[in-house]
Design a protein around this ligand. Structure first.
Ligand SMILES: [Ca+2]
Length: 221
């Protein structure tokens, strides 16, 4: 197991890497929709939100960092996620959680060195819905649009009608919700204490987390 020598990452470094990723991720993404991501951010017609994604469990993987963006265009909500340093060539499960905080090291209740999915929930809460190709569904089986390239980068983009979302979650508001990205390489030997079925344990190890906050500037055109 790697020593945890990189837990501390300066915020300015995170921002710079995320900005770089906005450029390189679009070249390597798997969805044609991703090409519109920067445009959608600029054209937000309502309040916009963002989450700075910070590493979790970086003792067993790299510092997975990035930015999640939540904006509005007409009657649609647009959700973007720009990630780097994630385990490469892997499709990453990612989800919006109903809690209000990311876990710290104290969340590792069984002291096995890894914050697993159950321990994550103590801070991040339960999953509201996966960030996949259908945001109005709670189905967790669709990993589309979140496959990291050879360098561990990917860009995710999806949208959902505000009416559809509010039918599922009345009075839904993104601020304070938690975005979590999951997934480590299946070759890594996880301890038996990790929660979940053996076939899914690697898929649901949280590797990055961010709390959604309102942005200062509302971009309206
Ligand atoms: Ca644990």
């Amino acid at each position: 197991m790697k020593k945890n020598s990189r837990r501390s990452v300066a915020p300015i470094c995170l921002a710079a890497i995320a900005a770089l990723l906005m450029a390189c991720g679009k070249e390597s993404g798997s969805s044609s929709q991703q090409n519109t991501s920067a445009q959608e951010e600029v054209e937000s017609t309502g309040p916009s939100y963002r989450a700075q994604m910070r590493p979790l469990n970086n003792t067993i993987t790299e510092n997975a960092i990035g930015v999640a963006l939540w904006s509005q265009k007409g009657s649609d909500y647009i959700v973007q996620l720009n990630m780097t340093n994630t385990p490469s060539n892997l499709e990453h499960f990612q989800a919006l959680h109903e809690g209000s905080a990311c876990p710290d090291e104290a969340a590792d209740k069984n002291s096995d060195g890894i914050i697993d999915g159950e321990e994550l929930k103590l801070a991040a809460g339960k999953i509201l819905f996966p960030l996949d190709s259908n945001l109005s569904s709670k189905n967790t089986d669709d990993f589309a649009q979140s496959r990291a390239n050879d360098f561990g980068n990917y860009v995710y983009w999806s949208k959902v009608g505000s009416r559809a979302l509010e039918q599922l979650y009345p009075r839904f508001h993104p601020a304070g919700k938690v975005v979590v990205v999951y997934g480590v390489d299946s070759q890594y030997a996880l301890p038996g204490s990790i929660s979940g079925a053996d076939s899914n344990k690697h898929r649901y190890i949280p590797i990055s987390c961010g709390v959604i906050r309102a942005t200062n500037a509302q971009k309206v055109y």
